[in-house]
Ligand binder design. Structure first.
Ligand code: GDP
Ligand code: MG
Length: 443
């Protein structure tokens, strides 16, 4: 898969790789070629537009990492943006707190619903010792039920069916009752598909959804169908509010458009990829690995990763030193915030600090990403002198910050106060004094 796209991207970036310095014109030309490569690979035009804008922005404001030349940094930025386009990280299958977890497979005819249901059931059996069951709810093609039964025998998973003369709604009701009897922990509903989305199918699926209360509505999409796949996904998502996506046939000669656009367009995570017809050909979807595969620059990306890691370590060491010596300023604060934002929700990060996980003050801590954005707006309004020297922030300077950031003055005051508390706490902790931290937590 993706050979065409990978070649084009490599070509676009190879021009840069021979250069020691990247001019604005170089960057513009490279981005033009990347844009064309993505469009030709059938990536959604709006997704391409956002992608190009993001890469340009980041390339302009990029920090220079030791050990990388400017061209390598652009490869790194392109790789990061490709990753972000496809999701932040892998997203596991939804799971119900009590059995059974119900997984409803939806998608167009031939997308791979039946095959993927079998693959997933086998995976759960092998990896979690699960006891899955499958319900044959595609009554429009007699062959579909036979196919599921054969599959069930092959992987030794019970299949519930009532032939083709019963309404799928009734089949699902009876099937759910059977699952309870069997104490199945996963139930797969192999729902019907059509060649195209139509209202009758959507109504049937909506009804089945209401009856079965699925924990996961898994949209199965044939990756070879490019933009059509994305339009189909939007259709299913608008009507059924899907929870996950499986991209199938990535072993085929796909151009990459579906893989690269579907997450950005639907906002729903790709959870698995099908890469063959065998029952074991199903893999967890890792956006970063897929991005590297699409870029096809394994060696270079390893080098970049290392440089990134060295850089982060060096920065972390510097921050520690600053915390210790109590010279942590607003520039460091912004750096930290940027790093934290790449790591996940603030409250999760706080819990990773030794001794913090069980701190009662953190139990109900919720830090809104919006608050982070407000804080950043205030810091951005500071002059370089204010950032380096928070002590000079007198009332008139704070009023200016409030006006500049569009935040109320009370918020500016609170932010500066919290910054000072945090600074004190950090220097306390760094110098082996936990009392400082507790003081902060109770503030
Ligand atoms: P359904 O109509 O959505 O239930 O689709 P099926 O599960 O019947 O699959 C349609 C065809 O696609 C079958 O021949 C499958 O073997 C094939 N198929 C499904 N997933 C993959 C995949 O990941 N790779 C390849 N090569 N073939 C697949
Ligand atoms: Mg089927």
């Amino acid at each position: 898969a993706f050979e065409g796209l990978t070649d084009r991207l490599q070509q676009a970036l190879s021009g840069l790789r021979r250069k020691g310095k990247v001019t604005d014109a170089d960057l513009r030309e490279t981005m033009r070629e990347i844009r064309l490569a993505l469009l030709e690979a059938d990536v959604n035009f709006k997704v391409v537009k956002d992608f190009v804008r993001n890469v340009r922005e980041k390339a302009t404001g990029a920090k220079v990492l030791d050990g990388l030349n400017p061209a390598q940094q652009i490869v790194s930025i392109v790789n990061d943006e490709l990753t972000t386009m496809m999701g932040e990280s892998d997203v596991p299958l939804n799971k119900s707190p009590k059995i059974p977890t119900v997984i409803m497979m939806v998608g167009l005819q031939g997308a791979g619903k039946t095959t993927t249901a079998g693959k997933l059931a086998l995976k759960l059996k092998n990896e979690q010792n699960a006891r899955p069951m499958m319900i044959a709810a595609d009554v429009y093609r007699p062959a579909a039920i036979e196919q599921l039964k054969t599959l069930g025998e092959q992987i030794d998973v019970p299949v519930f069916e009532m032939g083709t003369d019963v309404n799928p709604r009734e089949i699902v009701k009876a099937g759910m009752a059977r699952a309870a009897e069997l104490k199945a922990d996963y139930v797969f509903i192999d729902a019907a598909g059509r060649l195209q989305i139509d209202e009758e199918l959507m109504q049937e699926l909506a009804d089945v959804k209401e009856i079965a209360h699925p924990d996961e509505i898994m949209l199965v999409v044939d990756a070879m169908t490019g933009q059509n796949a994305v339009e189909t996904a939007e259709g299913f998502n608008n009507r059924l509010d899907i929870t996950g996506i499986v991209l199938t046939k990535l072993d085929g000669d796909t151009r990459g458009g579906a893989a690269l656009s579907i997450r950005a367009v639907t906002g729903k995570p790709i959870k698995f990829v099908g890469q063959g017809e065998k029952m074991t050909d199903l893999d967890i979807f890792y956006p970063d690995r897929m991005a590297s595969r699409i870029l096809g620059m394994g060696d270079l990306l390893t080098l970049i990763e290392k440089a990134q890691k060295d850089y982060d370590e060096k920065q972390a060491a510097e921050t520690m030193e600053k915390m210790k010596s109590n010279t942590f300023d607003f520039n460091d604060f912004i750096d930290q915030m940027d790093q934290l934002q790449n790591m996940g929700p603030m409250e999760d990060i706080m819990k990773m600090i030794p001794g913090m996980a069980n701190n009662p003050a953190l139990k109900n801590a919720k830090i809104d990403p919006k608050d982070m954005a407000h804080i950043k707006a205030i810091v951005m309004s500071m002059t370089p002198a204010e950032r380096e020297n928070p002590d000079i922030l007198n009332p008139s300077r704070k009023r200016r910050l409030a006006a500049g950031s569009g935040r109320p003055i009370v918020e500016v005051n609170r932010m500066v106060k919290q910054f000072n508390q945090m600074k004190k706490m950090m220097s306390g902790v760094m110098n082996g004094n936990m009392a400082g931290m507790e003081q902060m937590m109770n503030a």
